[in-house]
Design a protein around this ligand. Structure first.
Ligand code: PGA
Length: 258
């Protein structure tokens, strides 16, 4: 089974509206000579306040080469939830993907496995694609509980989803100690953990979903790491933080995944 690679740029809390539109345009410019069919699925995730501006830049271009994700969304449709933004709302702003369960959200904003599961269900119900993040801390890795911790995160996130919905989802394995540190996880080890995740998916949703689901690696991905990472059997792409903030390095990563 050949899975279409995904390269997703997580811009985190960076860039004003004009800067976001500029970066989206610059990314499309870098990719303009590449045939759409040859490209991986390319996704960029600006902050909420830039969703409109980035969507406008992407639709004005009309090339359809770059899609947009939100970095988070709440599972309730509307109501008295001050400060939250619903999946309906990010969809309305043009997002086709939503990143959920990023370690920064779990760590700083108290996002739990249960919330991530509710968000995944809502995102899929509305026809969007969840990018479900998981990963271990350095302490967990050193204590030898990496696999059991990640398996439990994945089982919780996918609980109650149909096999078809699981197949459409994307998972990102992001060891917390590799995020923003410049310390990339060894690609054989990343591949081993991702194959383990695929096995968990098989257990909960069956072989067909395990075969179809795209599982990305994230954590200090750079233009000089992507080719080796993509050469591994189970790594289907990358969730890129820092290196997605300049069009040149992000485009190099996209090209490295072709
Ligand atoms: P990084 O971030 O590439 O800057 O390490 C990855 C992420 O947090 O998604």
């Amino acid at each position: 089974m050949s899975r279409r690679p995904v390269i997703a740029g997580n811009w985190k809390m960076h860039k004003l509206q004009s800067e976001s539109a500029e970066l989206a345009n610059a990314v499309m410019k870098e990719l303009k000579d590449i045939d759409k069919a040859a490209l991986p699925e390319v996704v960029i995730a600006p902050v909420y306040t830039s969703l409109y501006a980035v969507n406008k830049a992407l639709t004005d271009c009309g090339c359809g080469k770059v899609k947009m994700a939100a970095q988070n969304a709440f599972y309730e449709t509307q109501g008295a939830f001050t400060g939250e933004v619903s999946v309906e709302m990010v969809k309305d702003a043009g997002a086709e993907y939503v990143i959920i369960g990023h370690s920064e959200r779990r760590q700083y904003f108290g996002e739990t496995d249960e919330m991530i599961n509710k968000k995944a269900k809502k995102i899929l119900e509305l026809g969007l694609v969840p990018i479900i993040c998981c990963g271990e801390s350095l302490e967990q890795r050193e204590a030898g509980v990496t696999d059991s911790h990640i398996a439990s995160q994945i089982k919780a996130a996918l609980d109650g989803l149909s096999a078809e919905d699981v197949a459409k989802s994307i998972i990102a394995y992001e060891p917390i100690w590799a995020i923003g540190t410049g310390k990339t996880c060894d690609s054989d080890e990343a591949n081993r953990v991702i194959a383990m995740i695929r096995n968990v998916v098989k257990e909960v949703a069956g072989a067909d979903s395990a075969d179809k689901i795209r599982i990305l690696y994230g954590g200090s991905v750079k233009p000089n790491t992507i080719v080796e990472q993509m050469s591994k059997s189970d790594i289907d792409g990358a969730l890129v933080g820092g290196a997605s903030l300049t069009a040149d390095s992000f485009a190099q990563i996209v090209k490295g995944a072709m």
